[in-house]
Design a protein around this ligand. Sequence first.
Ligand code: NHR
Length: 240
Amino acid sequence: SSAVPHLVDAVYRQGRVEEALQMTERWPPERLTTPEDVDAHVGWRRVRAKAVARRGDLDASVGVVVSSRADAGGLQHAHEAGIETVVLSPRAFPSREAYDRALVVELERRRVEVVCLAGFMRLLTAGFVDAWRDRLINIHPSLLPKFPGLDTHKRALEAGETHAGCSVHFVRTEMDSGPLLVQAAVPVLPGDDEDRLAARVLQAEHRAYPLALSLVAAGRVRVAGEQALIDGQPGPVRLD
Ligand code: NHR
């Protein structure tokens, strides 16, 4: 299977971008079992990232994945994809400000332009949030401004909502606030419990986050009066 990325790369190099993307969609195998598989996976990811970027879906690459916990699953995924990882343990720093300063150093050292929070569970200081104003995005599993904070699905169910969903937004100091970029709604169905609803919302998250990042990376988003303007139109973009 490790020949596959080379084959895809050859096709890509001939300028057959769509064909290369279709090939990568049929690969890799579901489970990576050998070191060769992992290498191949990394190669495949690189080709795919290049092809997608060239087609114009997302003009960005991942510079670094940072976690506050060494056991975060995302670190393993990043490593397998050939992406640099950094673990910053809160215990190693005397204050939140010091922690966030170290975070800024790690990001700037790699010329990072946009920061995407995904399950990052530490509140960021005003210093950090202001330094990354309109370049720091987060996804929250509710249709904000409804149900900010924890237990969003539980509260949506208790409120008898007919729809749930997720919101991608620029981060402000106050939790789960900030200009909305993209919202994706899903129905609440009979018999839903927290887990079933969360699984459905997660599907929506996988559509909303890449779209929001691609809009920001393409320079299509401005903020005016704390509202996001996407191609000049008031946000958020709605996916349903
Ligand atoms: N930082 C700021 N300033 N503003 C936001 O809106 C932020 C933020 C940092 C992270 C993500 C958000 C989430 O994904 C996020 C939004 C953690 C907390 C929190 O209270 C709140 C929101 C989010 C993440 N963290 C506690 C803290 O003291 C610790 C909670 C815990 O460890 O379980 O940092 O949900």
